[in-house]
Design a protein around this ligand. Structure first.
Ligand SMILES: C[S@@+](CC[C@H](N)C(=O)[O-])C[C@H]1O[C@@H](n2cnc3c(N)ncnc32)[C@H](O)[C@@H]1O
Ligand SMILES: [Zn+2]
Length: 369
């Protein structure tokens, strides 16, 4: 079947109704991810004009790499699967674009050749490809993870095994997934004396996507490790706190309600998950050729305003806890701000917000007078 996306046209096989079949993979739902990749690559070229070589390390039909080639990047499309590689060649040619196309294991290729930007878009977890990506990439590693159940703690043991960290299933589960992934990426990059800075990260419909800028020095790697720490979370009253460092100091009881049902999660990435100025630049780069332009703009708007705090709240979850009915988000956040607290919406959901206020502060500030 023929697919048009962002001004290019590619041929992709009809996909099986359920699960993954033998055909070369294509997921129309990832259009938003790909549109945002293009906007990010445009903004990134202004940030790092020297960046030129882009590797689509798991190219499948090649749609992402073809779009990067159409943007003027010097692209390499790689896949381990022979049929995928044939399709990549056809799809570049169909759009009159040049690029290297190689049938290779992504890890072997990334160890052998240096690229400025590397895109890791595997089935499930990116962990098997992280070492090679951070060992050799110059500027930017783009990562998609679709194994959200392990990442957010719903599949606890799988998360522990894959990410060498303790994820916990909380009411901010998507953000837990983001911060477990970023923690593992920061620790992996640090092994190669590279420090990561997440310049854009989003959790959208069952996947996490992050863009990690690299600085290649031991000092930068140490600085990234300094962004790791733990979150302690009360399952009864939803109180949470965090502290920095690789050594956990868990709470025995909740300081708010004295419950002993206090979870400890980590090491998590506690630092910023985006750079607001960069997010604004990415927003400038969205255009109407992108099928998901309006969705991306909304997402980027939320991201740009999101406070840099390691967890978020959900108004509906809190109101349920307190036996109250929920109010409109603007009114709710307005009350918090009137009480002197910073507050922002988040991209994790329409009723989610971030604030440094405690659960008790929020309850008081938003109480009906
Ligand atoms: C989720 S698909 C990629 C989708 C594609 N990037 C897109 O935007 O449509 C994952 C691809 O990774 C390929 N793959 C799996 N293991 C690989 C490996 N070790 N090295 C390179 N490619 C691999 C698979 O053949 C498959 O085509
Ligand atoms: Zn409590």
């Amino acid at each position: 079947m023929r697919v048009s996306e962002g001004g290019i046209e590619v041929e992709v096989p009809e996909q099986p109704d359920e699960g993954i079949g033998d055909e070369v993979f294509f997921n129309p739902v990832q259009e938003l991810n790909r549109d945002l990749t293009v906007a990010t690559l445009r903004a990134y070229r202004d940030r790092e004009p020297r960046a030129e070589y882009y590797l689509d390390a798991m190219a499948a039909s090649g749609i992402r790499g073809v779009r990067a080639a159409a943007e003027g990047w010097n692209v390499t499309l790689a896949d381990i699967d022979e049929e995928a590689i044939d399709l990549c060649r056809e799809n570049l040619a169909r759009n009159d674009l040049d690029g290297e196309v190689v049938q290779r294991d992504a890890n072997a290729l990334m160890h052998e050749e240096v690229f400025d930007v590397v895109d890791i878009d595997p089935f499930g977890s990116p962990i098997p490809f992280a070492d090679a990506a951070f060992a050799n990439t110059r500027d930017l590693v783009c990562v998609t993870a679709t194994d959200t159940a392990p990442l957010c703690g719903a599949h606890f043991h799988s998360g522990v095994r894959k990410y060498s960290a303790v994820p916990r299933n909380t009411d901010y589960h998507a953000e837990m997934g983001v911060r477990i992934l970023l923690s593992a990426m920061a620790r992996t990059a640090a092994r190669y004396d590279a420090g990561v800075t997440p310049i854009l990260t989003h959790a959208t419909s069952h996947y996490v996507r992050t863009y990690l800028e690299l600085d290649h020095s031991a000092t930068d790697a140490n600085a990234a490790i300094d962004q790791l720490g733990h979150v302690y979370h009360c399952e009864d009253c939803l109180y949470r706190e965090h502290d920095e460092g690789l050594i956990a100091d868990p709470l025995d009881v909740c300081p708010e309600c004295e419950s002993e049902r206090v979870l400890a999660a980590g090491p998590l990435w506690l630092g910023p998950t985006h750079d607001a100025d960069f997010v604004a630049e990415v927003r400038e780069e969205c255009d109407e050729s992108m099928g998901t332009a309006s969705k991306i703009e909304r997402l980027l708007e939320d991201l740009e305003g999101e406070l840099h705090l390691p967890t978020h709240y959900d108004q509906h979850r809190l109101c349920k806890e307190w036996g109250r009915s929920a109010s409109g988000m603007d009114e709710f956040l307005g009350r918090l701000r009137d009480a002197g607290f910073e507050a922002s919406r988040t991209h994790y959901g329409g009723t989610t917000f971030k604030t440094p206020a405690t659960v008790e502060d929020i309850r008081e500030a938003t109480r009906d007078s």
